[in-house]
Design a protein around this ligand. Structure first.
Ligand code: FES
Ligand code: FES
Length: 160
């Protein structure tokens, strides 16, 4: 099947099985290896990308569902040399963790921040909200505190 898709603003055409996972097309066919595989079964969020602006687990999406659709991967969050507010905040707050979980967290957080979904008025409610919104992104080895700090920081910056 020939599939045409826009990835990070560039159009690509791939000839693949319609059942091939979006995750594998991104990594193998398009060489966009920023998107990572963790569990491979929709549980960890490592493979998160945006599909037509919605955060999805790319390990659960068949490429046959993606024809003429737009995908944003972690490689597409920065605009040229300018990092997304979430990426800047992850660096500033020390929330950039390992290379497996961080890309998916960055994409999901960018989705949440760009949509203005963090509306908690005080610190505690904003933090609780971020934890809930990012509940699908799992780190298997350390904590979430600095990630939450970063996303609250980015949400405030973008919402200003
Ligand atoms: S690799 Fe897709 S959710 Fe874990
Ligand atoms: S899985 Fe990435 S730091 Fe834990």
């Amino acid at each position: 099947m020939k599939v045409t898709l826009d990835v990070n603003g560039t159009e690509h055409a791939v000839e693949v099985s319609p059942w091939k996972r979006l995750l594998d097309v991104l990594r193998e066919d398009l060489r966009l290896t920023g998107t990572k595989e963790g569990c491979g079964e929709g549980e960890c969020g490592a493979c998160t990308v945006m599909l037509d602006g919605e955060a999805v687990n790319s390990c659960l999406v068949a490429i046959g569902q993606c024809d003429r659709r737009a995908v944003t991967t972690v490689e597409g969050l920065a605009k040229g040399d300018v990092l997304h507010a979430v990426q800047r905040a992850l660096v500033a707050c020390g929330g950039a963790q390992c290379g497996i979980c961080t890309p998916g967290i960055a994409v999901c957080a960018a989705h949440v921040v760009d949509r203005g979904l963090v509306v908690g008025r005080d610190d505690a409610s904003a933090r609780a909200q971020v934890r809930e919104l990012l509940a699908g992104n799992i780190c298997r080895c350390t904590g979430y505190q600095l990630i939450v700090d970063a996303i609250v920081t980015a949400a405030r910056e973008v919402g200003r």
